[in-house]
Design a protein around this ligand. Structure first.
Ligand code: SP5
Ligand code: ZN
Length: 352
């Protein structure tokens, strides 16, 4: 299997995050060891090795398909400005956030942090931009491979992407890797994005909310009790040309494998009706039982059955890594999913 991975992800290594439930700081769960653990297990299981040389960063125009140039400019330039103004090297984390009702973007780059960022858990560190850019490059390269006729590619992206919107970032995400890939694939025909991360992909939903060419379908923990807390409800179904092209399946906290598979059937039915040319899967494995920040009732082997069901759609598929925070579980869960998917994703029918 094609595995797109860049060691540059390790340039982004957050150490702490603010945790409201704890009332203080705790070690960040979104660490370089996550991607390394996943890659190691894929290699051990013979699923493939990372491509060398690693994918190059994408051109800016590819980012602008999913993001506002103002966000891209902010992310790529703020670090030295921030350090210079504060007088030492500190993480870019805002302490005031715009609600964007009768609000306008401030001119001061330090104040812009609170305009673009929506939570205090997504620091901009010295290597963050480089890591985010190469993650987007991995996803985009995966899209190019599908465009060139491949049936399956896996982009081992880190940092993840699905919480990043057109003009905001947060939830450990800076650039929306899956959305950037989906925007590229849209040239081939209608695209479906299936998001199975524990958390609702508010960014991806938002980016394509008014688009009838990209269907967004998400299974996630009920936003009434889970991050990102303010979106992911069933009645969010798209707007304008995108009306009906957004499907949310919020799940109760105690959802087991049977409950999950039942929701997945409904999600796949929605995708089938849309008749996409190709599929992007936002693969978060933070749904695994025992994940430190998510966790539904899924065992590692459950992911093989999920993957097999998704593969049965029979469309060329790009899998993009999102969350999954247990260093022991993330590798096996991703591997099972990809094995299941590969097993049922039939080779392309011969051209006639
Ligand atoms: C890509 C992705 O999975 N982003 C998730 C970002 C979640 N950040 C907020 C986590 C807060 C979790 N607090 C729960 C503590 C559990 N004991
Ligand atoms: Zn997640």
């Amino acid at each position: 299997m094609i595995i797109l991975y860049s060691p540059a992800h390790a340039r982004h290594a957050p150490r702490f995050e603010m945790d409201a439930e704890l009332g203080g700081f705790r070690p960040s769960p979104e660490v370089p060891a996550r991607a390394e653990a996943i890659l190691r297990v894929l290699r051990e299981r013979g699923l493939g090795t990372a491509q060398t040389p690693p994918p190059a960063p994408p051109p800016l125009e590819a980012l602008y398909e999913a993001h506002d140039p103002g966000l891209v400019r902010f992310l790529s330039t703020i670090r030295p400005i921030w350090s210079e103004r504060i007088g030492r090297d500190v993480a870019v984390v805002p302490d005031v956030f715009a609600l964007r009702r009768l609000a306008r973007r401030p001119a001061d780059p330090l104040r812009q942090a609170g305009w673009y960022c929506f939570d205090p858990q997504t620091p901009l560190l010295e290597g963050t931009w480089e890591a985010a850019l190469t993650a987007a490059g991995c996803a985009l390269e995966g899209a190019q491979r599908l465009a060139a006729g491949e049936r399956l590619a896996y982009a081992l992206c880190r940092p993840p992407g699905h919480h990043a919107g057109r003009d905001y970032y947060g939830g450990y995400c800076y650039l929306n890797n899956a959305a950037i890939a989906a925007a590229r694939l849209r040239r081939l025909g209608p695209v479906a994005v299936l998001d199975v991360d524990y958390h609702h992909g508010n960014g991806t939903q938002d980016i394509f909310y008014g688009s009838g060419e990209v269907l967004y379908v998400s299974l996630h923990a009920d936003p009434d009790t889970a991050y990102p807390c303010f979106s992911g409800y069933r009645d969010e179904t798209g707007e304008g040309a995108g009306r009906g092209a957004n499907l949310n399946f919020p799940l109760p906290r105690d959802t087991d494998e049977a409950g999950y598979l039942a929701a997945l059937e409904a999600a796949l039915e929605g995708i089938g009706r849309f008749r996409p040319e190709c599929l992007v899967v936002s693969l978060g494995v933070d749904t695994a039982r025992g994940d430190p920040i998510g966790g539904l009732g899924l065992a590692p082997e459950s992911f093989r059955r999920l993957g097999a069901r998704v593969g049965a759609l029979g469309r060329p598929t790009l899998v993009v890594q999102e969350g999954g925070y247990s260093l022991d579980l993330a590798g096996p869960c991703a591997a099972w999913f990809l094995e299941g998917l590969q097993g049922t994703l039939a080779p392309a029918p011969p051209a006639t």
